[in-house]
Design a protein around this ligand. Sequence first.
Ligand SMILES: [Mg+2]
Length: 414
Amino acid sequence: MNHPAPQATSHDDTLLATLSGDDRPGVAGELLAAAAATDATVLDLEQAVVRGQLLLTALLRPAAGTAERLSADLRAIAETHRLTIRLVAGRGDNPARRTGRASVVVIGAPLRATGLAALTATIGEQGANIDRVRRLSRDPVTTLELDLSGADVASLRRELALVAAANALDVAVAPGGLARRGRRLLVMDVDSTLIQDEVIELLAQHAGREAQVAAVTERAMRGELDFTESLHERVKALAGLDESVFEQVRAAIRLTPGARTLVRTVKRLGFTVAVVSGGFLEIVGPLATELGIDHAHANQLEVRDGKLTGRVLGTVVDRAEKARALRRFAQTEGLPLSRTVAVGDGANDLDMLAAAGLGVAFNAKPIVREQADATVNVPYLDAVLFMLGISREEVEDADDAADPQTASLDSSHV
Ligand SMILES: [Mg+2]
């Protein structure tokens, strides 16, 4: 808005009041009542309370001829509440915020000062300014969100990723402002991301074919087989199994802690959620339905006369197909790729993580950690919410409002 500034009556036309000390109820109210009594204008008002300590700043423009009276009234309030007060006369508002807004989320378990100091030093070297800091979570992981201006997201991502890796921190850099709000598409890998297991290994275990599958996995790890070859080889080892194995494996799956919280919370925000898996739709499909996930894409096992044939139906969901699926889902939902978030742990998630607006490497292999926009190395999937700027308190409040029972189920998770 472009209201013309009133004519200044003297060189100094604004008063910055900073009050600090033990928090008492009503301090901001009294300050505003004093400002109102002299018909002052409020240009800015910010307050933070950390473990009972108040920090309150008000940037006021006193009405003509009232600056001294207002100052005296504010001092009296501070004295009554035994607060420290600092009054600085000046001219005009805060300098306009520079362009290049970005949000940096930093997760530490614990959050060591050394790492945070290195991070803020790098932010400074990059020419960015920290405008505001907010805590998003406390134990067992501490998360801070830093709002920056004057930032270049691409170079900050690159530089802060190095600092994060060197200091055992998780860091996500995202464009700030409106880009951070509104509906998005969240696409997750399944094996070792949404769930703690690898579905093919569970299938092999329940079929007593662990040795055969492990032998193929071994060859794939040695680089003798690519993903598609190794998938075909491993599925071949499942030939002849009764399809009732699907039911047994579905019952054996262990969700990653925080998985339900993540899905439930982003659904409340109107997100679309999808899973894309190199595993099998027979397992992933019902799991997605149970969690309220909108889209599921995975390999399909051929079944004939109630037995697995050892063959895969249709196109194999590999690294490239995972990225194509993310693009398809985004298109279906009418969302640009910048509004997509992908989460995965394996090499076959790399294309999908790169295609997404924000690619999060979740307790990932080193090669994935190095290439992703952001890392989460704590064992809680709902830490992804912090990367999106959603605080633990906001998650809990939403749970309490909806259904007190759901909240208590997940209270052990972040
Ligand atoms: Mg995986």
